[in-house]
Design a protein around this ligand. Structure first.
Ligand code: AMP
Ligand code: MG
Length: 408
């Protein structure tokens, strides 16, 4: 299978993803971070009724408009309306009402005079400054939203602002897509778990934890299947378990060309169709992508910790976005920043280097992580928040030049 570009890999992966169809209905309290699966409408206009945007006085514009002869107009105060009160009387010509922010306008009132522009004496209020226009400081019914229009569409992520909209629409229950289930397994004879004692030659399995964290951040349900020895039958059994319990499998290691790299062979033996096995990207060249008849999408990621995470950030993220039901174009979101350092690549593969995106006087600046940019070096990956990309054919980006950034 030939090496393909990262753009081709992205296209193939996205084509392989079937959007989840299963939904579940949950309480609004649990909805944060979930993907909406139903259109939301409200039977109410918003604002629900005309109300005051200020503490002040409700008047009839015609009584107080700037065209009137008298500079200071005095009106009879006939009632007081706080927020939450349903006003029952009508305000006639020559009358006004005391009203507070959010208070519902009574019949007859069409304009609010803010309290700072008035003087109240007993049952009289004097208007010191006429309103600029009819309807000043009135929040008119239905100006923010009209009943039964679509408020929120399926495919959006529910964050705090959407929670507010759902609450105001009295949606105490909301239908969302179920979370994608992602099985995670680490292959390698050298691997031990963090709780084991390190013996010479061994490596602590960090990928299992890094990928779990990535999946949780993506809104998926991680299913940690642990460490698997580089023995074909054992890996095979674990992969069978993985593809039967998940929508997506992420395995790390065993996809290079070493003697112990069995993953691709096993996937084929199990009936998986392999679509990708090498991508022109650095780090992350060995990337196996396969699909099974039950719909399970398999990512065989490289074992090196940085390579595994870069593959997730660059490819798996887009696949999970689509799978989760998010509506969008599933493109990596690159932004431009000024490079604080010279960046280099051999120009053969799309190359990612890691570091920090900072803002200085409003300008985005990318600073390379200190220490080795080696795909086995997970240490200096900590505290980075961005990857800078050097496209194929670009061997150098000079300090001070613009570079594309994938913010993490
Ligand atoms: P592989 O892709 O299996 O050849 O592994 C490449 C490198 O990544 C080797 O140095 C492995 O020891 C290391 N590696 C593989 N799996 C993991 C893991 N789960 N956690 C940390 N390092 C790993
Ligand atoms: Mg290995």
């Amino acid at each position: 299978m030939p090496m393909i570009s990262s753009q081709e890999a992205q296209n193939i992966i996205l084509q392989l993803v079937d959007v989840l169809t299963h939904t579940e209905t949950i309480s609004l309290d649990e909805a944060i971070g979930r993907i909406l699966a139903q259109p939301i409408t409200s039977p109410f206009d918003f604002p629900y009724w005309d109300n005051s945007a200020m503490d002040g006085y409700g008047v009839r514009f015609d009584d107080v408009s700037p065209g009137e002869q008298n500079k200071y107009i005095s009106l009879d105060l006939v009632t007081e309306i706080a927020a939450g009160i349903n006003p029952t009387i009508s305000i006639r010509s020559g009358q006004a009402c005391r009203i507070f922010t959010g208070g519902m306008l009574p019949d007859g009132v069409d304009t609010i005079i803010m309290q700072e522009n008035t003087r109240q004496e007993g049952e009289k209020v004097t208007i010191l400054e006429p309103p600029q226009y009819l309807g000043q400081f009135v929040r008119k019914r239905g100006t923010f939203y009209q009943a039964n229009d679509t408020l929120l569409s399926p495919g959006i992520k529910i964050n705090e602002a959407e929670i507010a909209v759902l609450a105001t629409s009295q949606c105490s229950q909301v239908t969302v897509y179920r979370r994608p289930r992602v099985a995670i397994l680490s292959t390698g004879n050298e691997l031990i778990s963090p709780s084991q004692t390190l013996q010479p030659g061994q490596i602590i399995d960090s990928n299992q934890y890094a990928l779990k964290a990535f999946i949780l951040k993506q809104g998926g349900v991680p299913i940690n299947l642990g460490i698997v020895k580089d023995e074909k039958e054992i890996i095979k059994q674990k992969i069978i378990e993985a593809i039967n319990c998940s929508d997506v499998v992420l395995s790390t290691g065993g996809v290079s060309v070493g003697d112990y790299d069995y993953v691709e062979q096993i996937l084929e033996e199990l009936g998986g169709k392999i679509y990708i096995n090498t991508v022109a990207i650095k780090p992350g060249k060995p990337l196996t992508v396969a699909k099974f008849d039950n719909g399970c999408l398999y990512f065989g990621l490289p074992g090196n910790p940085v390579s595994a995470l870069v593959s997730c950030w660059r490819f798996v993220k887009l696949a999970l976005d689509k799978l989760s039901g998010i509506k969008g174009d599933y493109q990596p979101q690159f932004i431009q920043a000024k490079s604080f350092h010279d960046l280099s690549s051999n120009g053969q593969r799309e190359t990612y280097v890691w570091g920090r995106l900072n803002f200085s006087n409003g300008e985005a600046i990318f600073e390379l992580a200190k220490g080795s940019q080696n795909s086995a070096n997970l240490i200096n990956l900590a505290l980075t928040n961005a990857l800078a990309v050097l496209p194929v054919g670009v061997t150098k980006i000079n300090q001070g030049d613009k570079v594309n950034i994938l913010s993490l």
